[in-house]
Design a protein around this ligand. Structure first.
Ligand code: SF4
Length: 56
């Protein structure tokens, strides 16, 4: 399992510096590399739009 960024992402960049393993990459909508994500939840707790949640 990995965390995932939804369409609610406004590319504010808040999460990218918080990820301890560098799993997040920038773009129109930011993306999390599921092979790098260690499920720490840090990005989800800092996202001001609630756009990040664990993948079902
Ligand atoms: Fe990075 Fe943790 Fe978010 Fe995974 S859950 S992308 S490891 S900050």
């Amino acid at each position: 399992m990995a965390y995932k960024i939804s369409d609610s992402c406004v590319a504010c960049g808040t999460c990218i510096d918080e990820c301890p393993v560098g799993a997040i990459s920038a773009g129109d909508i930011y993306k999390i590399d599921p092979d790098k994500c260690v499920d720490c939840g840090t990005c989800a707790s800092v996202c001001p739009n609630g756009a990040i949640a664990p993948e079902e």
